[in-house]
Every structure is written in structure tokens, then in C-alpha cells.
Design a protein. Structure first.
Length: 317
């Protein structure tokens, strides 16, 4: 009974001090708010309910979906590629990668292998400039297998296009697999048969090919560092080109390239390409200066020759 009286007297004394009483009430409310916030956060974020993402790559789509459901995860097909070496429906890539801890219900985005390459209508590009034809083909999902130059009054004017040795006409109206390359027969005037090699170092394969075609050049051998596949090829960059940028070459010449995933190698190659280009320009300028000096000397000799001949004639007469 005395204990109860003491408790009442303690509360009474606390209430008799309004400032202290209010501070205690505020502290109690803050503690309750923190506890409630923690509980709400744990429920809302499923605190402690983590799942390790399996490695779905190499699995068929149905198997991948089954394992995902067993672990409380959701598979979302984000993209598809066509790799003939793999069966259709196989998971090629995923994000997040396998082994990562995520919350239950997390969406896993996957890339699967298509069952067949998509077929698209082939545009008719004959009768256009090479640049226009190249843009039309790329925009439709195709490329250029080879540029064949033939003598004509109009340089870089597409005269005809071929697929598998058969000429494509405006009435052909065919559908072929996406990514297929066509052969373009292009005109070239004998006095306009040279072009400039573009800089390819640092470019992706698609961009490098496009730059070569724009300049009237063919794509030679394409080689890769080890570890580059169809799945990561888009991240690879050109680190070597067989013909130095700014070189003058006949239209239709082929330029081979090598690609790598190593950014440091690409940066070093770019620096070396700039150094080589600067040295080549320096040597070219020196050669031009010598050629101009020789031409000036020849002109001076030619100008002096008539005067010397006139002096000789006057001496003898």
C-alpha cells in the first residue's frame, strides 16, 4: 500500500512541474513514433525477407520461370536475340546477375534466345546515293555485305543491289532475316576514285561499319579479344584498324578491325593513333615543302634559260 502511495506521489510531483511533465510526454511520444515507424518500415519493405537470385542463364524459359516462382521472384522478358548455336527460349542474360541478394517479389529482367531470326522487308535502294542507301538499309535492320565499284559518270551512286547473287528490283518485295547484308554495285568516275579512311578507334562495331560504308570502303576481317561473345559484343570497341585514319585509299578498299572490351587498351590505342597521325601529317607537310621548293627552283631555271640563250646569241653576232 505504501508503494502505491509512493507511485502516486511520484506522478503527482512530476505533474506539479509542468515543464518536466511536458518533456516526459514528448519523449514518450517520440519513442512510440520510432517504434511504430520501425514496424511499418519492416512490414513495408519485408525486412529480413531476402532472396538470393539464381543464375538463370542457360535455362529454358519455363524452367527459369518455375525456379523464380519458387523463390518469390518475377521474371520479365526484356529483350530477345537470335543465336543459332543456342536453343530457342534459352535465357541468355539476366539483370540482376545470379548470386545477388534482393527483396522478395523483385523483378528479374532476362534476355532470351529467339526461336528464329525475325524477317523484315528489304528496302530497294538502287538509284540513290551511297549514304542514303546505307541509312535506309540500317534503318530497316540490314547492312552491307560488300561494295562493288564499277566505272560510271556518277561516283558513289548505287546502280544495283544484289542478294545471294540475285539482283533486287523495286518489284521484288521480299522479306529476309534481320541483319542480312546486301551487295551494292556503286558507280565511280575514274578521276574521283579516292577516299579518306575514317577514324575507327574507340567505335563500336556497328558505328565502325557505318563509317566505312559512308566513305565508300568495305569492312575487312573483324577479329575480337577472347571473351567477346554475341551477348557482350555491343560493349566492345575498336582498338586496331589495318589502315591508318586520314589515309587516302581507292574506293572499295577493305579495312580490317580488331575489338576489345578493355577500356585502357582502347585509350592507349587512341593516343597512339593521334601520335601516328600527327607524325604522318608532319612528314606530309615536309614532303610538300620539298616539292614546292623543287617546283620553284625548276621555274627559276626555266625563266633564266631564255635570257642565257639570248646572251649567247648576242655574243656570237
Amino acid at each position: 500500500m505504501a508503494k502505491k502511495t509512493n507511485n502516486k506521489s511520484w506522478l503527482a510531483r512530476l505533474k506539479s512541474r509542468p515543464i518536466l511533465w511536458n518533456l516526459v510526454l514528448i519523449a514518450v511520444v517520440l519513442v512510440l513514433l520510432l517504434v511504430l515507424s520501425y514496424i511499418a518500415l519492416a512490414v513495408g519493405t519485408r525486412h529480413g525477407m531476402r532472396r538470393t537470385v539464381p543464375d538463370f542463364t542457360g535455362l529454358g524459359l519455363k524452367d527459369a520461370q518455375y525456379y523464380a516462382e519458387q523463390r518469390g521472384l518475377k521474371l520479365i522478358i526484356n529483350d530477345s536475340l537470335y543465336v543459332p548455336a543456342y536453343p530457342g527460349g534459352m535465357v541468355l542474360e539476366q539483370l540482376p546477375k545470379g548470386g545477388v541478394d534482393v527483396k522478395e517479389g523483385r523483378k528479374i529482367y532476362i534476355t532470351i534466345n529467339s526461336f528464329a531470326q525475325k524477317k523484315l522487308p528489304m528496302p530497294y535502294v538502287a538509284g540513290r546515293s551511297l549514304r542514303q542507301a546505307k541509312n535506309m538499309l540500317e534503318g530497316a535492320g540490314f547492312g552491307i555485305e560488300k561494295l562493288e565499284y564499277v566505272e560510271d559518270i556518277a561516283t558513289n551512286y548505287v546502280l544495283a543491289q544484289y542478294l545471294g547473287g540475285v539482283e533486287i528490283t523495286a518489284e521484288s518485295n521480299i522479306k529476309i532475316e534481320k541483319g542480312t547484308g546486301v551487295v551494292l554495285k556503286v558507280g565511280v568516275s575514274p578521276d574521283q576514285n579516292m577516299t579518306t579512311v575514317p577514324r575507327l578507334i574507340g567505335r563500336k562495331l556497328f558505328d565502325a561499319k557505318g563509317k566505312l560504308w559512308e566513305q565508300g570502303l568495305n569492312v575487312g576481317n573483324v577479329t575480337y579479344d577472347e571473351g567477346i561473345t554475341l551477348l557482350n559484343e555491343d560493349d566492345a570497341r575498336v582498338c586496331r584498324q589495318s589502315i591508318m585514319q586520314s589515309s587516302q585509299m581507292p574506293l572499295g578498299s577493305a579495312v580490317s578491325i580488331h575489338l576489345t572490351l578493355d577500356k585502357e587498351v582502347v585509350e592507349a590505342a587512341a593516343a597512339e593513333a593521334e601520335r601516328a597521325l600527327a607524325e604522318a601529317l608532319k612528314q606530309r607537310e615536309k614532303a610538300d615543302s620539298l616539292a614546292r621548293a623543287e617546283a620553284d627552283s625548276l621555274r627559276m631555271l626555266n625563266a633564266a634559260a631564255p635570257q642565257e640563250q639570248a646572251a649567247e646569241d648576242e655574243f656570237f653576232f
